[in-house]
Design a protein around this ligand. Structure first.
Ligand SMILES: C[S@@+](CC[C@H](N)C(=O)[O-])C[C@H]1O[C@@H](n2cnc3c(N)ncnc32)[C@H](O)[C@@H]1O
Length: 254
């Protein structure tokens, strides 16, 4: 609750980004056009851009915004790749990144932290938000088009209507928890599939929901794939950037 003390009052569009302020920029699910005007404008003028990256430096977030910086003449922009090492604790990495970003903020620079989708929807930006806000830095979050919205749009499958209760269910949950959540669902988005995909698929099958389930991976990117879950080969695997949408009635509008 105390974090709200550091959230600056909204500035006029032309004044953004404000010096010494960090912005968590929602940059959408993948297609570069699915970025808000506010995020786009901050991106153009930010002194520093930080983004999550794999160990080798590859970053989906950086890739998404690349076309928006192509014609940008700001050559002295500083970039910080926050390299997350799989299997290692992330806290020290965020501690270090927050310190580095904090130094730029203290020097009066504006910092845009890129976040795929929306920053506050399971987004890694929130770990920096907490640290920066607690250190007293002004931090603002710019909402983005979340992957859940993009997946529904691409699949042509409205998420929820009438009095449907929509659940967001992380794939890493235990089989029992998945069964309990999905057994009682009107509509669900199951995220973070990756290596949890076979377990999730098994529970969906057991609950008789397979013919209500749609699978999509890398929504809105050139490599997007989507298919009814039941049409996937039995030994199919799923990448991390994938999701299953379920609607018990089959279609939200019915
Ligand atoms: C840590 S969450 C981050 C969500 C993100 N902040 C958002 O608003 O979409 C990552 C999960 O979002 C889902 N996701 C993100 N982008 C996606 C995409 N382009 N297509 C399908 N699923 C996606 C996947 O389920 C992935 O495991």
């Amino acid at each position: 609750m105390s974090n709200t003390a550091n959230i600056p009052a909204p500035a006029l569009a032309g004044q953004l980004p404000v010096a010494g302020t960090a912005y968590g920029l929602g940059i959408g699910p993948g297609e570069p056009d699915l970025i808000t005007l506010k995020a786009y404008n901050i991106l153009q003028k930010a002194d520093v851009i930080a983004y999550p990256a794999l160990e080798d430096g590859a970053s989906l977030a950086r890739q998404i915004i690349a076309p928006h910086l192509a014609g940008n003449s700001q050559n002295d922009r500083i970039e910080i790749a926050i390299r997350i090492t799989m299997g290692e604790p992330a806290d020290p990495i965020y501690d270090q990144a927050a310190l580095e970003i904090g130094e730029h903020l203290k020097a009066g620079k504006s910092v845009a932290v890129l976040c795929e989708g929306d920053p506050f929807f399971y987004g890694s930006f929130m770990y920096l938000f907490g640290r920066l806000a607690e250190a007293g830095h002004p931090v603002q979050t710019v909402p983005g088009v979340s992957s859940m919205m993009a997946c529904a749009a691409q699949l042509g499958a409205p998420l929820a209507a009438k009095n449907d209760v929509l659940q967001v269910i992380p794939g890493p949950l235990s089989e029992d928890r998945l069964r309990a959540q999905l057994g009682n669902t009107d509509a669900a988005a199951i995220i973070k599939l990756g290596r949890h995909f076979p377990k999730v698929r098994k529970v969906i099958e057991e609950l008789g929901l397979t013919d209500r389930a749609r699978y999509i991976e890398r929504a809105t990117l050139e490599t997007q794939k989507m298919i009814p879950l039941g049409d996937l080969p039995i030994d199919a695997t799923a990448p991390y950037f994938s999701m299953i949408l379920i609607h018990r009635r089959g279609d939200a509008w019915r």
